[in-house]
Write a protein that binds this ligand. Structure first.
Ligand code: BTN
Length: 261
């Protein structure tokens, strides 16, 4: 893509996982900016060991290789940069009601999932990359034209997923959305490099985050707790007020709990 760092775009009709491909490239020392986009994935990866599936040719399946020169504790902002760029591109495509459910799901006003983001790092490869900052591969799957209608969804996703096509009432040009996403991502990634930019990313995440202000249950590997999400930390983490204390959630599954449930 001209005038951005995303010049090396690799396109696949079918691949196991665009994230897996870029992690291998990162291990071999590939520089920041490599992009992989596929019509179909045979082993698409989701968060928390889940799979990510979409019919061939319907949705946007893309991964980018980033090497932000930031502290390990700030790396969530790289994921946020991708989520925010996707929000920018989706709004430009006509869906204004999109927001971010922390940590990085894009949802519609009914809370149905429009896109998911998966960041994977491979820190041991840093030594192989000759002085480059360690990589983070950030993949995003955006439901562009599938599901076309609610009846396309398998029963387990009924009421939980939505597409851009459903939201806007018209088929969406996947390639145009892809290019708009990369154009929006360039300034977002540039923001990672300086304190003022990182503050802007955290501020934009706060502005677009539907989780803040809601009652949440946070599921961690060693148990769950409930509280009210009150903010986003400068590192992009979720701040949750519990009984008499404030906890900052760095990673975990967050469930929006309805009042009274
Ligand atoms: C989630 O569970 O919400 C994250 C889903 C991430 C899916 C995308 S599709 C492109 C990239 N390649 C993968 O294997 N996964 C991500």
């Amino acid at each position: 893509m001209p005038e951005t760092r995303f010049a090396d775009i690799r396109r696949f009709r079918s691949i196991d996982s665009t994230n897996r491909y870029l992690l291998d490239e990162a291990r071999a020392g590939a520089p920041e900016g490599m992009v992989v986009v596929a019509d179909h994935q045979t082993a698409g990866r989701g968060r928390l060991g889940r799979s990510w599936e979409a019919p061939a040719g319907a949705n946007l399946l893309v991964s980018v290789l980033l090497r932000p020169a930031i502290d390990p504790g700030q790396r969530h902002l790289a994921t946020s940069a991708v989520a925010l760029a996707a929000v920018d591109a989706i709004r430009a495509a006509g869906m204004l009601g999109v927001s971010i459910k922390w940590p990085n799901d894009l949802v519609d006003p009914e809370g149905r999932k429009l896109a998911g983001v998966l960041a994977e790092s491979d820190l041991p490869s840093a030594s192989a990359a000759e002085g480059q900052p360690p990589p983070v591969v950030v993949g995003i799957g955006i439901n562009v034209n599938w599901p076309a209608t609610e009846s396309d969804l398998p029963p387990e996703l009924a009421g939980l997923a939505v597409s851009l096509r459903q939201s806007t009432g018209t088929r969406v040009d996947r390639e145009a959305l892809f290019l708009a996403f990369l154009a929006a991502l360039e300034p977002r990634v540039a923001d990672l490099a300086a304190p003022a930019g990182r503050a802007r990313l955290a501020g934009d995440l706060l502005a677009d985050c539907t989780t803040v202000g809601t009652r949440v249950r946070v599921d961690l590997p060693d148990g769950s707790f409930e509280g009210t999400a009150t903010g986003i930390s400068p590192e992009g983490h979720l701040v949750v007020a519990t009984d008499g204390a404030t906890r900052t959630v760095v990673a975990g599954d967050v469930v929006h709990v309805r009042a009274g449930s």
